[in-house]
Ligand binder design. Structure first.
Ligand SMILES: NC(=O)c1ccc[n+]([C@@H]2O[C@H](COP(=O)([O-])OP(=O)(O)OC[C@H]3O[C@@H](n4cnc5c(N)ncnc54)[C@H](OP(=O)(O)O)[C@@H]3O)[C@@H](O)[C@H]2O)c1
Length: 240
């Protein structure tokens, strides 16, 4: 069986850059997101960097039927040695603007997706004789409340709470949980959120390539140490 790193939300943004960094370190990668054409495009781009396996699965990580079928399929040939829970959607506005449509945009990937993808990865991962990793891409918005981010902060705080308990219940096993808290990143994440972040402001954010390289460099940095939390400082955005 070959080892593989599974990255949710791997079609673009941080996920695609993470895939590139893992490929450059000789890993096989599997990308999941809902948009199949976007996945195929990402795969073509990534093939330039490595001849390792690049698998793509189109599906919704909040859909338990998809998640179960995904693991049933991938574990026939691969051992998932790293799961990156990266898929995420944001919606922003005042606490008076919130509605069910916004809730249903934000919570599925971040909360349901992280929990379902992890739950169904664990049976294989917990049997591993070597160290395996679950990397949760959370946000500084999971650590504190920012004005106009009520739904996003609520979802990220839920992901944060789950990730802390995950680490605690897996203490002493070979499954290590690494929680990552980035600040603003210059990705398409903001395209749907121009009411909050303009194109001009977005351009001042960290580049997804820098964020991804920092994360993967840190994961590979020391063989004898396991990083627990990686918190990025927000340099350009004055959020209160
Ligand atoms: N951008 C920022 O400023 C920032 C800051 C801190 C943390 N983060 C976090 O970093 C992560 C990556 O964000 P990004 O900036 O790279 O955003 P992005 O470019 O918008 O990428 C998000 C990815 O998630 C996928 N996705 C969304 N819902 C999904 C679902 N239900 N099932 C499967 N895939 C789904 C999207 O693909 P499909 O649409 O094809 O499904 C896309 O590939 C997110 O968790 C985000 O919250 C971002």
């Amino acid at each position: 069986m070959k080892n593989i790193t599974v990255i949710t939300g791997g079609r673009g943004g941080v996920g695609k850059q993470l895939a590139k960094e893992f490929l450059l370190r000789g890993e096989n990668v599997c990308l999941i997101s809902r948009n199949e054409k976007g996945l195929e495009k990402a795969k073509k781009e990534l093939e330039k960097f490595s001849n390792k396996d690049i698998l793509i699965y189109a599906g919704d990580v909040s859909d338990e039927t998809f998640v179960k079928a995904f693991y049933a399929d991938i574990t026939k040939k691969y051992r998932v040695t790293c799961l990156v829970n990266n898929a995420g959607v944001g919606r922003f506005g005042t606490i008076f603007d919130n509605n069910k449509e916004m809730l249903e945009a934000v919570f599925p990937a971040i909360v349901y997706g992280t929990i379902l993808m992890t739950t169904y990865a664990l049976p294989q991962m917990k049997e591993s004789k070597d160290i395996v990793k679950i990397v949760n891409i959370i946000s500084i918005s999971g650590l504190r409340g920012f004005k106009f981010e009520s739904l996003y902060c609520a979802a990220k705080a839920a992901q944060e709470g789950y990730s802390q308990v995950l680490r605690s219940e897996l203490f002493g096993t070979n499954v290590k949980v690494i929680n990552v808290y980035p600040g603003g990143i210059d990705t398409d994440f903001w395209k749907e959120n121009r009411n909050y972040v303009s194109e001009e402001v977005q351009k001042t954010f960290a580049k997804p390539s820098e964020v991804a390289k920092t994360i993967v460099d840190t994961l590979y940095d020391k063989k004898s140490l396991i990083l627990k939390d990686l918190v990025f400082e927000q340099i350009h955005m004055n959020l209160e």
